[in-house]
Write a protein that binds this ligand. Structure first.
Ligand code: FAD
Ligand code: SF4
Length: 666
């Protein structure tokens, strides 16, 4: 089977023998025969939307409509319509104008700009913004409401009354609602899972592709919004599953496991990066500092838009915390290599061994010819408890500990290890300590089990592998003998307050002191960003609150380079999907600032909606959630092998069948 992904022809090992071009021709034949019969329907629509002049229809035209020639007719690198199979003729109907990913991204930037301007205009006068953004009927509606209200107000000439006040309040509300509606833009039908995803991946569509046996296309669709399909298929908090409507009928769809299935099969088949950038488009140079989720996602988006991107990082391999933090038994190193290689193949240049401030600065990057810099250095400076000593005394900070475990450089542990903290990092450290030979591992945290910030399924895995939880517990002081830790004194926590400075302040129960023996202590009580390299007096201007993107404004006139900051170093520790969405948003803002004219020219109507019937009935077998196999806790504890496996083919298919395709019924 031949597939078009990103405009280049790739050969899939997944499909059936060659028939793609034949089937496409047969689709077009169907359309042609309809046309010959004089029907003014699908055929016309397909041809006109493919940009085909009806007058020049000939047999050579059929050749030009083969998938390998579609690029010339607007279907540049549509992620879903690479191959048209028999019976799928209808699919392209509403896909008019669905151009290459660069056009789509440019339009996304432009659309956001239009919305912002529309919001501002609506503050001047209700309805103005709607008219500006092309929503004429809405504009007339909103514009009509205000004079109506004013007429009513003026008609009350009998002096100021409470009714008068209410009407004025009503006018104010109209004004405000018109602003909100203009700023938000037209509502699109979005499934609950999709709106819950911080990256807004088109969940129902990629699930449908997996159901159709097209994991490669499903992966391409995930990549449209998120480059880390392998990571997020394994270790995402998956808020999408919490919102899935199937929670009400049995159990949610295993969305994360389906994503992993698509990623594993798609990468194995060799997903090709996007098409090359055409001649003549502007190609600004952008430096990205930090090769974590946010930096790489920004680099990926900028490269798709045509920018020449270099990513700088002190490490030898890109990936940030996905590569050097998350434990190997949850996310093996091959996973991050699979996620990163399409980004590098898109032309992103990675320069390892470079620390910003020491080896590069804003001024030096400007001198090197970069037009913009994005700071995405993460949040990795460990917070330590007072009284905690160095490693020779048996104290470790969790990030360095995990890094050494990943690099197989940690000596085997023995005795009792206590991990202090209740987040994912603490749980990763505890499960790693069990694998490194500790006889007894305790996780001590101030929260109750229900309130621990770690993912509940990770806590469960740690407990099943043998870790003990010591919840509602605060450390009072450490005990050392011969300058090595032997225990710590703990107190029971009755509640957790937040003090005036916004810091967590546990309220302990007086007289509840008890001792916890420990041969080693791993501290995982949080991290904070280290941004000491930013010049004094630098100011941040918020450009995207939801995605934590800021523009940096230098106090002096030099350097002149455009600078942005995003990711965990702005929001504090978060998740990969959030960091990736932040990087993508930063990239769009950078490109919009550098290539104003390109963005202004963007025109695109994405009418795309997959043709397929939503589920109307419920079947008993759809109530059962398929799960991937896991190593038993006993064997998991003894090795760094990945604990959770990929869904089997049959399970992936059955699980994707359960999806109700909510976006189609909205
Ligand atoms: C142990 C652990 C487990 C986690 N588990 C999960 C999980 O299961 N699921 C999930 O979604 N999230 C998880 N996270 C969180 C997730 O990894 C982060 O939210 C995400 O990686 C943040 O991306 P980022 O790009 O902002 O920062 P990072 O991934 O930290 O990347 C920052 C990059 O900047 C580089 N850098 C730092 N300083 C400089 C400098 N001066 N010059 C140049 N480069 C610099 C760093 O080397 C690093 O590569 C986990 C985090 C940790 C630590
Ligand atoms: S049933 Fe499918 S489309 Fe609906 S919320 Fe769940 S995953 Fe999303």
């Amino acid at each position: 089977m031949q597939l078009f992904i990103g405009g280049s022809l790739v050969r899939s090992r997944l499909g059936s023998p060659p028939r793609a071009s034949l089937s496409f021709s047969s689709a077009m034949d169907t359309a042609l025969s309809r046309r010959r019969r004089g029907s003014n329907t699908a055929g016309d629509a397909i041809f006109s939307r493919c940009g085909v002049d009806k007058r020049i229809m000939s047999s050579s035209l059929m050749d030009s409509l083969r998938p390998e020639n579609l690029l010339r007719f607007g279907y540049k690198d549509c992620v879903l319509c690479e191959v048209l199979r028999p019976g799928e003729e209808e699919r392209c109907r509403d896909c008019s104008g669905r151009l290459g990913q660069r056009d789509r991204l440019l339009w996304e930037i432009h659309r956001e700009r239009i919305r912002r301007t529309a919001g501002k205009l609506s503050l001047l006068y209700p309805g103005l913004g709607h008219l500006y953004s092309g929503r004429t009927l809405y504009g007339i509606f909103w514009a009509a409401l205000l004079p109506l209200t004013l007429v009513l107000v003026l008609s009350l000439r009998s002096g100021i009354s409470i009714g008068h006040g209410f009407l004025l309040l009503g006018a104010g509300m109209v004004w405000w609602m018109a602003f909100v509606d203009a700023r938000r833009g037209p509502r699109e039908p979005v499934a609950p899972c999709e709106s819950a995803c911080p990256a807004h991946i088109r969940v129902p569509d990629y699930i449908a592709l997996v159901r159709e046996g097209r994991p490669l296309e499903a992966l391409a669709l995930v990549h449209d919004k998120l480059p880390f399909a392998a990571f997020c298929g394994r270790a995402c908090p998956h808020p999408c599953e919490q919102e899935c409507v199937r929670n009400e009928w049995g159990a949610p769809i295993s969305i994360m496991a389906i994503k992993r299935y698509a990623a594993d099969l798609g990468y194995a088949a060799g997903i090709s990066p996007s098409s090359g950038i055409e001649e003549g488009v502007p190609r600004p140079r952008v430096a990205v500092v930090g090769a974590g989720a946010s930096g790489l996602s920004a680099a990926d988006t900028l490269a798709r838009l045509g920018a020449r991107v270099t990513v700088f990082d002190p490490n030898e391999e890109p990936g940030g915390m996905m590569r050097y933090g998350a434990a190997e038994f949850r996310f093996p190193a091959e996973g991050i290599r699979a996620d990163v290689s399409p980004i590098l193949a898109r032309g992103v240049h990675f320069r390892g061994g470079v620390t910003f401030d020491r080896d590069a600065t804003f001024a030096s990057l400007e001198k090197e010819g970069f037009d913009a810099v994005l700071i995405a250095v993460g949040c990795r400076e460990a917070v330590r408890l007072p009284g905690a000593g160095g490693e020779h005394q048996g104290f470790h900070d969790a990030l360095s500990f995990l890094l050494r475990v990943r690099n197989h450089r940690t000596p085997r542990l023995h005795g009792r290890v206590v991990v202090i903290g209740g987040g994912n990092v603490a749980i990763d450290a505890a499960r790693s300590a069990l694998r490194m030979g500790a006889s007894d591992v305790t996780v001590a945290c101030i929260e109750s089990r229900e309130a621990m910030p770690a993912f509940p399924w990770e806590i469960e895995a740690a407990v099943s592998e043998g870790a003990t939880l010591l919840t509602n517990t605060a450390v009072k002081r450490f005990h050392l003998r011969d300058d090595v830790v032997t225990a710590f004194e703990a107190m029971k926590v009755e509640r957790i307050d937040i003090d005036a400075a916004g810091k967590i302040a546990p309220r302990t129960v007086s007289g509840s002191e008890f001792e916890v023996p420990a041969d080693a202590v791993v501290m995982a009580i949080g991290t904070r960003p280290d941004l000491s390299f930013l010049p004094d007096g630098i100011r941040r201007k918020e450009v995207d609150r939801r995605h934590h993107v800021f523009r940096l404004q230098f106090p002096e006139r030099e350097p002149k380079i455009l600078a942005y900051i995003c990711g965990d170093c702005v929001r504090g520790s978060g998740t990969v999907v959030e960091a990736s969405a932040s990087g993508r948003a930063a990239a769009m803002n950078i490109f919009a600032d550098l290539c104003v004219e390109e963005v202004r020219k963007a025109r695109f109507r994405d009418n795309y909606r997959r043709r397929s019937e939503p589920q109307v009935t419920d079947r008993p077998e759809w109530r059962v959630r398929r799960r991937a196999e896991r190593l038993s806790p006993g064997s998991a504890r003894g090795s760094f092998e990945e604990v959770e496996k990929r869904l089997a083919d049959r399970c992936a298919h059955e699980e994707s069948e359960r999806c109700a395709r909510c976006n189609l019924s909205l």
